[in-house]
Design a protein around this ligand. Structure first.
Ligand code: FEO
Length: 394
């Protein structure tokens, strides 16, 4: 890779990972990702903002060597997770005089995760500044974006915000800046859904804070740089708001076709009532797409057969994930078929304890759905419409 200038004297020096397809052994990365690191040269001091994933540490060092960087005064660590901090030991070895600048919580995590010695740190507090001569770094401690130690760094004179994970997107692109806004909007929404959504209430405050900074550019540590920050700030403002859409997300599995017939009938009934439906067959769905659909939906209907005594394991996985991601949905229900009994509805509803949803009467049938089942599904669609109307979103 090659270093590139995002503004005079400020270079992107990170790594693009076109091949990576999974993060945390959990999150699909259909478009790869990048680990962005930035070098800021002031009239007196030079600072490096974040490092890169340890698999790419030689790329970061190579970028710095090719630029002729022989001294770094400060290495700013905004977040301790290893995709940004994992190359710190190598960078610190190359630049032994550099001070590691971060907050106390982040230092403790770095010591635990990397066994990094604690005597090289300069600990900063919220809103503290650090001069590079003609340029000033201002640190904002922003817990839970998405770990407890996270911070963001604002370069005051240039108006550039180095936001680390916040506002990022998992997208490997040769574009330094956002050039296809629709494409990056989708990637950033997916990223928000998978990483940031559980912390929506904290992030709501940070979006307002960043808006007040009047930033000219947002340089996250994943994905392209926003040279039109309104794109991502307006998107986040929408995603973290309490507003939901006239939508039903319908994750389901069917083993012998009974639950599938019910799902098909409910989809048609919701469409007839003017409600957008997003079904996800969990046997083949990309879980990131499901997470993204959960960002705005007002209602979640889970479709499942009963396996042994409870829901299908694929449904258990999706329900666990939805509960952990804490979307702002208002209503939930369950539909499906069983053979001889079980506690499917009970098991699923107990798993939704992080969501603030009203449970709409489930439709569960023994064996093959019949006419009475279809009428019950029509009634469920009517009830969903009624609830959406009360929210004034229809
Ligand atoms: Fe990109 Fe939380 O690490």
């Amino acid at each position: 890779m090659v270093a590139r200038e995002i503004a005079p004297g400020i270079h992107w020096v990170g790594a693009i990972d076109f091949d990576r397809r999974l993060f945390d052994e959990l999150i699909p990365l259909p478009d790869g990702t990048s680990y962005n690191s930035y070098l800021i040269r002031g009239s007196e001091k030079t600072a490096l903002i974040d490092t890169v994933d340890p698999t790419k540490e030689f790329e970061l060092i190579s970028n710095l060597v090719k630029m002729g960087v022989d001294k770094i005064d400060y290495i700013i660590i905004n977040h301790a997770e290893q995709d940004h901090s994992g190359s710190l030991p190598m960078v610190a070895e190359f630049f032994p005089d550099a001070e590691i600048v971060t907050n106390e919580k982040c230092r403790d995590l770095l010591a635990a995760l990397l066994h990094f010695p604690t005597d090289k740190f300069r600990i900063i507090r919220d809103r503290e500044t650090l001069s590079l001569g003609d340029r000033t770094l201002e640190f904002h401690i922003t817990p839970w974006t998405h770990w407890p130690e996270t911070q963001i760094t604002f370069l005051k004179e240039d108006g550039i915000l180095f936001s680390c994970d916040l506002f990022g997107s998992h997208r490997a692109s040769s574009d330094l800046f956002v050039r296809n806004e629709g494409e990056i909007y989708r990637s950033a929404k997916r990223y928000y859904a998978e990483i940031m959504m559980p912390f929506r209430s904290s992030i709501k405050g940070y979006v307002g804070m960043v808006k007040d900074l009047h930033v000219t550019m947002i340089a996250p540590s994943h994905g392209p740089v926003y040279d039109r920050p309104a794109l991502i700030l307006d998107a986040y403002e929408d995603w973290v708001s309490d507003t939901v859409k006239n939508e039903v997300v319908l994750p389901y599995v069917s083993m012998h076709g009974s639950t599938a017939k019910m799902v098909d009938h409910l989809i048609a009934a919701l469409i007839e009532r003017g409600i957008t439906v997003k079904p996800f067959n969990l046997s083949r769905t990309d879980i990131g797409e499901l997470a993204m659909a959960l960002v705005d939906t007002s209602t979640i209907v889970i479709g499942t057969p009963t396996v042994l005594y409870g829901p299908h394991p694929q449904v258990v996985y999706a329900t666990y994930l939805a509960n952990a991601l804490k979307p702002k949905a208002k209503f939930a229900s369950v539909i499906g078929s069983y053979g001889w009994g079980g506690k499917t509805v009970d098991t699923i509803t107990k798993m939704l304890d992080h969501l603030h949803v009203d449970l709409i009467d489930p439709v569960i049938v023994k064996g093959e759905p019949d006419e009475a089942t279809m009428q019950a599904l029509d009634k469920l669609a009517d009830e969903i419409l009624h609830r959406h109307q009360k929210l004034n979103i229809v």
